[in-house]
Design a protein around this ligand. Structure first.
Ligand code: 13P
Ligand code: SF4
Length: 304
């Protein structure tokens, strides 16, 4: 039988060389897409990679705001998103217009925006953050009043960790909403001794019963370094593949099989190949917005 995937991968490898392309992949992508990554990571690690790459083309296997952030940071590169419909519903829960109106209402407020937001929202924010550095970003601010957008649950957790009260935008991630406290408690009962790691986008009740709260990159490091042999994972289930591949001696239990991000799953090997063949879909941002958005992203990337 012909190995269809092997043929596609061979073609992707050939085109990647021809076009001097790099493939950046988020931890939630399908296993076969993770396997062709030049670099795989969380939002922060991927934006750092995008800023450093000298490749002419960045094929971004993630969601729209991630590819857009790569373009904001490194506009000389051609940034391709293999599936243009891969959006993030949370990022769409705030518009630049609504943010401008809120800033008028809360005169002088400092806006911290989660990287899961559009370029136009980043352009209206003072500083950006990811789930990996949100606490550090908020701690670095001397501001009296802070507005955190768009994820109320990441904001709630950062506020708790830093002791800084913040105005919270009422956005949320529909995928992480599905990870419930009862899921963590059930799996803990089924696997005594297992530690539960959850993403800060989860509900406060879910985070309250977990052992640790961290970004997907944090989970990858924790799994590598921890002595624990069993870990319950409260985030998008795509990360389990990487955790298991890198730690064959350990057991990873998804808190719930319901935590699937349909947008992350839209990208397939066929679409990656097509992206390189057709040089589509190019992600760009109007220059005036890019420059303003870059200022908030750069402040995050250059934090000591
Ligand atoms: P990370 O930055 O932890 O990879 O999270 C990205 C994301 O979209 C979580 O839903
Ligand atoms: Fe957006 Fe949630 Fe999907 Fe992450 S998991 S990309 S926050 S919808």
């Amino acid at each position: 039988m012909v190995n269809h995937n092997a043929e596609i991968i061979a073609e992707i490898t050939k085109l990647k060389l021809q076009k001097n392309a790099v493939i950046l992949v988020h931890n939630y992508q399908r296993p076969e897409v993770q396997d062709i990554a030049d670099f795989i990571g969380d939002s922060l690690e991927l934006s750092q990679r995008a800023s450093q790459t000298t490749a002419d083309v960045i094929v971004f296997c993630g969601v729209h705001f991630m590819a857009e952030t790569a373009y904001i940071i490194n506009p000389k590169r051609t940034v391709l998103l293999p599936e243009p419909e891969s959006g993030c519903p949370m990022a769409d829960m705030i518009t630049a217009e609504a943010l401008i109106a809120k800033k008028k209402e809360l005169k002088g407020v400092t806006v911290v925006c989660y990287v899961n937001s559009t370029a136009a929202v980043k352009a209206e924010s003072d500083i950006c953050c990811t789930s990996a550095n949100a606490v550090k970003v908020v701690q670095s601010l001397g501001a009296k009043e802070i507005l955190f957008v768009p994820d109320q649950y990441l904001g709630q957790w950062v506020s708790q960790k830093t002791g800084k009260p913040m105005h919270l935008w009422p956005g949320f991630c529909p995928t992480h909403m599905r990870v419930l406290a009862e899921d963590i408690l059930r799996e803990k009962q089924l696997h005594p001794g297992a530690l539960a790691l959850v993403h800060p986008e989860c509900r406060p009740e879910t985070k309250a019963v977990a052992d640790e709260v961290m970004s997907t990159g944090g989970m990858i490091r924790y799994a590598r370094e921890s002595k624990a042999k069993e870990l319950i994972i409260g985030t998008e289930t795509g990360i389990i593949y990487r955790l298991q591949k890198e730690n064959p001696g350990k057991v990873f239990i998804p808190a719930t099989e319901k935590a699937v991000c349909p947008n992350m799953k839209r990208i397939t090997l066929e679409k990656v190949l097509w992206a390189l063949q057709e040089m589509q879909h190019r992600i760009t941002v109007p220059e005036d917005i890019r420059v303003k958005a870059l200022s908030s992203v750069e402040k995050m990337l250059t934090l000591p």
